[in-house]
Design a protein around this ligand. Structure first.
Ligand code: CP
Ligand code: NVA
Length: 316
């Protein structure tokens, strides 16, 4: 049985559209205006893979809400090596108000969440990136777009690159916010039918193609991510060849004169994005990186009941 009020966030569609908006609203509130909903409590941040932004954003978000973050590296807990993911989750839930984790396999998060539900522990599991999803990134992406455009509904985002974890959560977030998403990927690296069906269930539609120029024409924002994600290092050479022509560079920006540029970072200048575009006047990537912290604070504030209206309150 899932204890009433426990909400795991393994991807963006674990939230309703109203909840997503409530989280963005909380993210934009000055931290000092939020109640210290984590006062006297810990939050576990487990990392099976490296992180600069997510770790620091999450730690500072917990601190801003009065809590104490405990970051745990891959070697310290050894998920499914030293002990099972289920036992790790149940152990961490003895000390912490939430268990947040970056994992190699999405299924690990699902197992952790199920173990806590089965144990009737009222402790949410939050995905800090898996091979399938990166929901806390997508929250920051929406926040950045909303700040830039003044609203989300009716906007058009063009994603140029691999239909990966970042793409999947972005696509769901766009679908739930009335943002049109166009995707341009090389053959074999685009969305699969299951992704498209899920995005349809979330209320959106993705235009899928293989032509970056077609995708970015008329877009409000161009988004890209690395060609080789963590865990795919053996495919790096193959991917570099497959993605040739998919660099977000000055020439591509010329096709979309109104578009700003987003990238979740880390970036590989000269591969998926040119150095000039990354550092250029149309790049919002550094604001986007800062927004990781604000979005994470908004999410945790919402999870722990700081929503400013009943519609966005977990379990309401
Ligand atoms: N964008 C992002 O998740 O960055 P890190 O891998 O550094 O956390
Ligand atoms: N797609 C990238 C995102 C890094 C934040 C990866 O999974 O490595």
């Amino acid at each position: 049985m899932t204890p009433r009020g426990t909400r795991h966030v393994l991807d963006v569609d674990d939230l309703s559209c109203e909840e997503l908006t409530a989280i963005l609203d909380l993210a934009e509130r000055p931290p000092s205006s939020l109640p210290p909903v984590l006062a006297g409590q810990g939050v576990a941040l487990v990392f099976q893979r490296p992180s600069a932004r997510t770790r620091n954003a999450a730690e500072m978000a917990v601190v801003a809400l009065g809590g104490h973050p405990v970051t745990i590296g891959a070697e310290e807990v050894g998920i499914d090596r030293r002990e099972s993911a289920e036992d790790v989750a149940r152990t961490l839930a003895c000390y912490h108000a939430a268990v947040c984790a970056r994992v190699a396999e999405h299924q690990t998060l699902a197992r952790m969440a199920r173990a806590l539900d089965d144990a009737e522990r009222n402790v949410p599991v939050v995905n800090l990136l898996s091979d399938l999803a990166h929901p806390t990134q997508a929250l920051a992406d929406l926040l950045t777009l909303r700040q830039h455009l003044g609203g989300l509904a009716g906007a058009t985002v063009a994603y140029v690159g691999d239909a990966n974890n970042v793409w999947r959560s972005l696509a769901l977030a766009c679908a739930m916010s009335g943002v049109r998403l166009r995707t341009a990927s090389p053959e074999g690296y685009g969305p699969d039918p299951d992704d498209l069906a899920r995005i349809g269930r979330a209320g959106g539609e993705v235009e899928v193609g293989n032509d970056p120029e077609e995708a970015v024409c008329g877009a409000d924002a161009i988004y890209t991510d690395v060609w080789t994600s963590m865990g795919q290092e053996d495919e790096a050479e193959l991917r570099r060849a497959a993605f040739a022509g998919f660099t977000v560079d000055e020439r591509l920006l010329g096709v979309a004169p109104a578009a700003v540029v987003l990238h979740c970072l880390p970036a590989h200048r000269g591969e998926e994005i040119s150095a000039g575009v990354l550092e250029g006047p149309r790049s919002l990537v550094w604001r986007q990186a800062e927004n990781r912290m604000h979005a994470m604070r908004g999410l945790l504030a919402w999870l722990f009941g700081a929503a400013d209206d009943a519609r966005g309150t977990p379990g309401a």
